[in-house]
Ligand binder design. Structure first.
Ligand code: TPP
Ligand code: SF4
Length: 293
């Protein structure tokens, strides 16, 4: 939630940085993500005490440590349920979730569809490095087929990697975008738009792991990343799905794939509460009394 500011009180990107030392490896793509997040927060003037950054476990999931907002470093794969609880209990708070491809689409993958289809008004930012970084280089759900890693020394037998964009699009994501940590300007703008969007926003950020991923390296991604064509219609779901599944061979599109306006979970719930004549200020005792025989 944005706060009222004058130019003197305006929060600058550096004002969002916590004093905790950043411990990522030199050159990790996640540094770029952190700077873009600070820039986007500053652009939106998010309040330090009205924003909560939630994460699971992984190198990328350390990101909330390095921010001065409220933070919740949860359990591997469980950032979304925690974030949903925070949002439903505190609808006025801005909730931004961070994690890796393993955290989000392997152990936590089962939570994604439900938060997406319910259109819960939170922002989910994945740092997709196609590997498990924190645990030193195991195959992840977004690693390519045949990927060689410490757990797949003769190549991964997985026939098909998870496509985070089409995964979220098919469950009804109302804001779906992709960015590249090597392109900080576009990334900061996309993060800003994602947070401003009312409803569930998803940003998949290609963010290379220099230490353990020797296949999908910074150089490989730099060559592969291209912007969505200028005539891409981000209100057209079929176009968005097509672009997410069929980029030109060897290429990765970045930009806003899809955006639609539909009521968020909390807006729907407000309507239902009104229909039911719910009294927001009812005491717990009076609610229990209603169910007494
Ligand atoms: C329940 C549970 N299972 C496994 C682990 C071990 N573990 C910690 S992080 C991680 C994967 C991290 O990969 P990713 O989410 O892609 O993040 P990255 O480190 O690459 O940023 C795993 C398997 C754990 N901490 N908890
Ligand atoms: S292991 Fe990889 S993902 Fe983790 S901090 Fe180092 S470069 Fe980044």
């Amino acid at each position: 939630m944005a706060t009222t500011t004058t130019s003197e009180t305006a929060l600058k990107p550096k004002d969002y940085k916590s004093p905790i030392r950043v411990v990522w490896c030199a050159g990790c793509g996640d540094y770029g993500v952190l700077s873009s997040v600070q820039k986007a927060f500053s652009q939106l003037q998010l309040g330090l005490d009205s924003t909560v950054c939630v994460s699971g476990i992984g190198c990328s999931s350390r990101l909330p440590y390095f921010l001065k907002t409220y933070g919740f470093h949860s359990v591997h794969g469980r950032s979304l349920p925690v974030a949903v609880g925070i949002k439903l209990g505190n609808p006025e708070m801005e909730v931004v979730v961070f994690g890796g491809d393993g955290d989000g689409f392997s152990i936590g993958g089962g939570h994604v569809p439900h938060v997406v289809r319910k259109n819960i008004d939170i922002t989910y930012i994945i740092m997709d490095n196609h590997i498990y970084g924190l645990t030193k280089g195991q195959v992840s759900p977004t690693s390519g087929s045949g990927f060689v890693s410490v757990t797949t020394p003769y190549g991964s037998p997985d026939g098909q990697p998870v496509n985070p964009l089409s995964y979220v699009l098919t469950y009804g994501g109302s804001f779906v975008a992709q960015a590249f940590s090597g392109n900080p300007k576009e990334m900061a703008l996309i993060i800003e738009q994602a947070i401003a969007h009312k409803g569930f926003s998803f940003v998949n950020i290609i963010s290379p792991c220099l230490t353990f991923n020797k296949v999908d390296t910074l150089e490989v991604f730099k060559e592969a990343v291209i912007p969505l064509p200028e005539d891409h219609d981000s209100s057209n779901l079929v176009q968005a799905l097509d672009k997410s599944i069929n980029p030109p061979a060897g290429k990765i599109y970045t930009g806003l794939f899809y955006k639609s306006e539909r009521p968020s979970f909390l807006q729907n719930l407000a309507g239902i509460n009104e229909k039911a004549g719910a009294d927001k200020n009812a005491s717990l005792e009076s609610i229990i009394d209603e169910f007494k025989p």
